[in-house]
Every structure is written in C-alpha cells, then in structure tokens.
Design a protein around this ligand. Sequence first.
Ligand SMILES: [Zn+2]
Length: 302
Amino acid sequence: MSEVVICEVGPRDGLQNASRRMPTEAKKRWIDALAAAGLREIEVGSFVPPKLIPAMADTADIVAHARTLPGVKVVALAPNVKGFERALSAGAHRITFPVSASRRHSAANVHMTPEAMIEQVRQCAARRGAQGPEIEGAVSTAFGCTLQGAVPEDEVVRIAAALAGFCDGVTLADTVGYANPAQVRRILRRVRGEIGDKLEGAHFHNTRGLGLANALAAFEEGVRSFDSSLGGLGGCPFAPGASGNVITEDLVFMFEAMGVPTGIDLEKLFAARALLVEAMPGEPVYGHTPLAGLPKGFRAAA
Ligand SMILES: [Zn+2]
C-alpha cells in the first residue's frame, strides 16, 4: 500500500512547455514505462485548442491508450466546457480544471475571470453523469503570480471553497514556483479549515529550488497526493517565467528514504527517464537522484 499518491504530470505539464515535440508513439511508450514503474495516476494531456498548444493535439489518442493500462487513473486537463466535452468523450478518469487565483493569470490562461471559470467547472460537474469522471479543481497561482505578483490568500481560500462545493477534490498549485514552506503551511491550514478533506493535493514547481521543501511542508500538513514531473519538465506557456515541476525521481526518493511508501520502483522510474531522454534528445532534464544514483544499501519503504 502506498501512503502517498504521486500523479505524474510530465506528459501534460512537461510536454506542453518543452521546446521539442514528443511523437505520439514515443508518448505512449513513455506512459507505459511510467505505469510499469508503479505510477497509478498519470496526467496524460490537456484538451486545449491544438492551435494554442500543438504538443497536446494528440491527447484523445493518448487517453485512449492510457486507458488500456490496468490500474492507472488517466487524468486530463480541461480549460473550459469544450475541453471537458472532449475529455469526457475520450474517457478520462479524472478531469482537472485550472482556476487561477490571480486575475491576471486567469485572463492570460483561460481568457476568463476566476468567477467565470468557477461557473464553467460547476456546469461541467453538473453534466458529468452518474458514471462520469472525477472532477478536480486546481487553484493555480495559489502562492503568487509572475504577471500580478502577490495573490491574496483570501482569494485562494474563497476559490477553493467555491470549487469544493461541486468538485471531488481540490488541489493547490504553485504554477510559477513562488511558494515557500511557511506559506505552504499557512495557506494549506486555512484552506483545510474551510473545506476539510476536499483539500486533496498539492502541485509545486521547482523554479527556485524549493519544490521538495514545499512538498515536505504539505506532507506534514496532511497532504497525501502530489503532482510531479519526470526529469523536472514543466511550466505554463501562459505564465512567463514558470519552469519545471517538482522532480518525480527526487520526490519518490525523499518519501521512500523517509519510510513513506509510494508504490513506485526507483530503478524502473530511471528506465522511464531514459525513454524520455531518448524521445526528446537535447531537451533539458533535471534531477539529483538519477544522476547520483541510489545510496549504497538503499532500501525502499516497505
Ligand atoms: Zn504546473
């Protein structure tokens, strides 16, 4: 049994921002390798208009492929009702909606106010049907924004509370890598006080090297679901200055070394990393653990 759930977001957050395109067949092989390493949640793509992000044009095909992998929850991002309909017909198990707490980022990312975006998510949640997918509300730029600067914590709490009214779970996302551990603790406590167990996950970027510290702070505040990206790929094309996610390899190593089972096999994870490097030669990848190797006598958590 894993005590924390790590959702690999590289195929979405990573590839949407990469300077190189990964061919569809290579994406499928990579996702197979991620599943073989033990990842049980994979965000495989985004139903944004292909004109805006061509790297995500094959998402329906990728969702269909990922659905054949036993035990894998297939996650896809949708920025509006239209994207939701595409995600629904593709058969995503969970659909994530980004709702910016920053008004400036909301305008740049989804061309809507946060209130209009919340209303889109509400309509989608109402239309999913009894056998429909899980709906996740992700409060993006929850810890600051490169366009707007500071984001009021009251806004984060207000948006999380609104989303908790009809979403299965709410995630807080540090889209641009501004968060620090003290802020993470403070905001998570406030949001948990408001929405309790609907607060599900945390999504951090490693832009200023604090990704793991922020993940640990969130873990100590009771969060058990984390997004991360293999090789630390990632970033938001509509948030200038955003760079890679928390690195999956290092996050898994941290938890396993602490005795917190993730269900993920590090050697197999390194094999998935090799596939990623092979599929996009020259694309910068990050990570300390894969370069240093596992410590002598290392034992994964039982
Ligand atoms: Zn992100």
